[in-house]
Design a protein around this ligand. Sequence first.
Ligand code: AMP
Ligand code: GLY
Length: 420
Amino acid sequence: MKVLVVGGGGREHALVWKLKQSPRLTKIYCAPGNGGIAGDAECVPIRADDLIGLRDFAVREKIDLTVVGPEAPLVSGIVDLFEEAGLRAFGPGARAALLEGSKVFAKETMASCGIPTADFRVFRELAPALRYVRNLDGPCVVKADGLAAGKGVVVADNVAEAEAALRLIMEERAFGAAGEAVIVEERLEGEEVSVLAFADGQTFLPMVASQDHKRAGDGDTGPNTGGMGAYSPPPVYTPSLHEQVCSEVLGPLIQGLASDGIKYRGVIYAGLMITAKGTYVLEFNCRFGDPEAQAVIPRLRGDLLDVLDAVLSERLSEVELEWDDRPAACVVLASGGYPGAYETGQEITGLDLVPPDIIVFHAGTRMSDSGSLVTAGGRVLGITALGDTIGDAVRHAYQGVDRVSFEGMHFRRDIAHRAL
Ligand code: AMP
Ligand code: GLY
């Protein structure tokens, strides 16, 4: 099979790395890929948001299966576009991807399916939203409805912060049309867990759970990032909690969408908050998490291509996933300044010294004209290791981290701290 992976981050490298192990694979492309993916796949210089360019490429190269990594092309309808051209693409169509593309749609779907989520109100005008948060007079969470590259959510401690967030989104239009509607919701306290599942429109098949580390600094301090590391499995996610999430979240969601005529095919990501008073869904994403994928995919045994194929053929009920019992930890190495402004083009050294059983997933890297590997983004590398215990996995991952360096490199020293 000829496969195309769309995207160029650490998640896409993990997908390429795993798909390459499939005996059914004859050729793998990645668009646009990155400096590390180029060692595992043929990179094609087409951006992930160039939907027409990607479709034309897939038609021309007779791609059998396309896997879409990031949310933006999914929300823009890349899967529908591919299907209209007779191509098979893994991921939800635009209507189903609205679960991530519109937080209002996600909240309304959760409400109608009886899925536990924080209490919320939707606003389309500033004045009533301001009145509402003033009345609340306490902590809350303000969310822009649409995609905002992870920056559209403000967890506010007080009225002043909530007001500032509302003005930023609705008055200054910091996120453009994504801010046409906002959600103000109850602020929950607890531990977050990411649960990813395959779904074929009827059936879902959960993967092992993981936990992301969103804040830039140790001890969950500093600004929010796209994720500074992840590990799997998080001990807080017990087997009984898992049963509950299957029966109260994933099942009702897939069935509820199906009864509205929406086939959810692809990966569904449930971002959960586990609180003292129960487990709530914070958000749904329509794709693998990044960096969760870099901790989950290495634990998957068997052929990922078979699973993707089964999803597209709506045969997921025939599939059983097998997992490596060993926990995995992924440490993200970021550019100095990230998630704020950062420099790129810094030479990366030491990758050849990383022990061979440690997996180096590339995110923001590229080959320079002189042939050396340089930084090209905020999140640069994800170093993943497995171990007999979570502690062993973490220690081993840091043995890899300690070999690598580039100017300004920063990373968290406490990945999996909640489990240790
Ligand atoms: P979202 O994109 O909706 O998941 O929000 C991004 C992040 O904001 C989540 O991963 C949480 O850390 C935080 N967050 C979102 N909603 C809430 C909430 N209701 N209470 C507390 N934190 C939240
Ligand atoms: N790691 C968070 C996300 O992928 O949305």
